[in-house]
Ligand binder design. Structure first.
Ligand code: ZN
Length: 112
């Protein structure tokens, strides 16, 4: 059975939709995305979010498709790995904001 699942992710511009397809392959699971990063062979946030079970940007996912995706990913390490990656990337963004804010504060104090 070569089941191919289709999801749509909303871009951060709030308008553009990207197509994410998931399928079982001989080597495991294949997830593709039509966003620019996905088309350039980079790991995009849309696929990471979908594999992690983060449906915030997935447009009206059908319950049956979500069940099928869960089954597709059940034997893979992708859900856990993607959830960890999402968490680390959030921490990294928080740290970048913290560094930027502190740099401004210190610069203000030094040149004030
Ligand atoms: Zn993408």
């Amino acid at each position: 059975m070569t089941e191919r699942l289709h999801f749509q992710a909303l871009s951060s511009d709030g308008v553009t939709l990207y197509d994410i397809r998931a399928a079982r392959t001989a080597g495991g699971v294949r997830l593709s995305c039509t966003c620019k990063a996905g088309q350039n062979g980079m790991l995009c946030k849309h696929r990471v979010a979908l594999a992690a079970g983060d449906m915030a940007k997935i447009v009206e996912p059908a319950a049956a498709d979500l069940d099928a995706l869960k089954a597709l990913l059940a034997s893979s390490e992708l859900p856990q790995a993607c959830a960890i990656l999402q968490g680390l990337e959030r921490k990294l963004e928080d740290m970048k904001r913290g560094v930027s804010s502190l740099r401004k504060q210190i610069a203000g104090a030094m040149f004030g």
